[in-house]
Design a binder for this molecule. Structure first.
Ligand code: AMP
Length: 453
């Protein structure tokens, strides 16, 4: 099937052509005609299937007629995170070129007044996270009675994040007669209940879920000690040894606190890294993502929640700093690489505490993940591993004589770093290796101790 058979407007077809898409993806060819026929749609699909265009393209076609009134959005899209909301907005910009479409974003971390001014002017498409939408509504700045179409995207993520009560409330605030498009990757009981309550005879469109990891991804386990500093040291070693086909990598941690810690540590060790976690404000998150997407940063450290659903094409490597709690998350994480037939590599650092979680992953993907060969000797010394010893000059001379006076003292063995780390950064890295990394220590431990004479 081609795009021209789906019933989309000429302007939208031109935009699709300009985007370089040749054929609709399965979810697009199945859902778009039903959306245009004003049916409710229950789409079971996950990120990477082209589901965003499956609702944005017919929405733009439908919005070509009619006008928005002040404070009364014509359509409403609910997204679980700010980044996803911003990503959907970008889709409207891309596919709505040459159209007079007013799109507004209601997300946390952005000025309330600017958002309010936009609403006053009237919006065709309102993209929002549930909490911020309800804030505006409660202040009386927004009327939801003009909503003709409601999209609930990533519903199972909304469930994970505790947004279902908000979603139910919003569904009751929009007109009963609206059209509803509902997208979810999985169908837990709670989601089924919501769809039964708020969708009216929906057309169910399901696209195959990649139950197993893509065959294009090479997966390996990296065995390591349990202490966080041992894991950080191992990660650096793995990254520095990963020269083949390395372009960039996403590093996943289970907790946002760990994301921040690991980011500080990697930067200190000279890596060009950015972080993405829930405690960062919106501009900082966008800036980090933008840097990574443009190739200005090699490494993106993220938590599952922060990175969920983000469309970052062309990632060559995924490193799991922590084994994910849920086996499903492992498939999502490594699915960030090896996209569109390209090859990708995923390394997972495992400790003796992770045996159960690894077994669950292997059961889900139906294969055993091989253990990677050794990554050489430790690359650096962090203070917790072994305090940096200051030799006295005489001892150093003796040592040098033993080692041969011209050979350099055996500093921390540093195997070939990632090709993109240049000389200057390597020098900085060596300095950082010797500098105590206190980022993991609570502040009170760093305070000087007064000793009574
Ligand atoms: P999504 O599942 O909506 O996150 O989309 C994943 C990626 O697929 C995005 O980068 C889209 O630009 C791209 N995409 C969407 N539809 C098509 C299509 N018909 N052909 C090729 N790429 C597409």
């Amino acid at each position: 099937m081609s795009f021209s058979q789906l019933g989309l407007s000429d302007k939208v077809l031109a935009a699709v052509k300009a985007a370089g898409y040749e054929n609709p993806t399965p979810i697009q060819s199945e859902a778009i005609p039903h959306v245009l026929a004003r049916r409710d749609v229950l789409g079971i699909a996950q990120t990477g299937t082209g589901k965003t265009a499956a609702f944005t393209l017919p929405m733009i076609t439908m919005l070509e007629t009619g006008r928005a009134r002040a404070r009364m959005p014509r359509t409403l899209i609910l997204e679980p995170t700010r980044e996803l909301a911003a990503q959907v907005q970008e889709n409207f910009e891309k596919y709505g070129v040459g159209q007079k479409l007013n799109v507004a974003l209601l997300i946390g971390g952005v000025s309330f007044d600017d958002q309010d001014a936009k609403l006053t002017r009237g919006v065709d498409v309102l993209i929002a996270t549930p909490g911020r939408l309800l804030d505006h509504f409660e202040r009386g700045r927004l009327l939801l009675t003009g909503v003709e179409l409601l999209v609930i995207d990533e519903a199972d993520r909304m469930l994970d994040m505790g947004f279902i009560p908000d979603i139910e409330r919003i569904c009751k605030l929009v007109p009963f007669t609206r059209q509803t498009l509902f997208f979810t990757a999985t169908m837990p009981a709670e989601i089924r209940r919501v769809t039964e309550q708020f969708l009216s005879s929906p057309v169910k469109v399901e696209v195959a879920k990649p139950a197993t990891a893509a065959a294009t991804i090479t997966q390996q386990l990296v065995k390591c000690g349990r202490e966080p500093h041992e894991k950080r040291e191992m990660l650096r070693r793995v990254i520095r040894n990963t020269t083949e086909n390395f372009k960039n990598a996403i590093i996943f941690c289970n907790r946002k606190r760990e994301v921040a810690l690991l980011h500080r540590s990697l930067v200190k060790h000279g890596f060009n890294a950015v972080a993405l976690h829930g405690d960062m404000d919106q501009p900082a998150r966008m800036a980090a993502l933008d840097k990574f997407r443009k190739g200005e940063a090699d490494l993106l450290i993220a938590s599952d929640v922060a990175a969920r659903g983000l469309d970052i094409p062309d990632v060559s490597h995924v490193f799991n700093f922590d084994v994910p709690f849920h086996a499903d998350d492992y498939v999502h994480r490594i699915g960030r690489t090896g996209r569109a037939g390209k090859s990708g590599t995923a390394y997972t650092i495992v400790t003796s505490a992770d045996q159960k979680a690894v077994a669950a992953i292997e059961k889900l993907i139906g294969q055993q993940i091989p253990v990677a060969p050794s990554f050489g000797k430790p690359d650096s010394v962090e203070p917790e591993e072994a305090p940096v010893r200051t030799e006295r000059p005489r001892e150093r001379q003796r040592g040098e004589r033993r080692r041969g006076s011209h050979s350099p003292a055996p500093t921390a063995a540093s195997p070939a770093p990632v090709a993109r780390i240049d000389q200057a950064r390597r020098r900085q890295q060596t300095a950082a290796d010797l500098e105590p990394d206190h980022s993991h220590l609570p502040a009170f431990l760093l305070r000087p101790v007064r000793v009574k004479a």
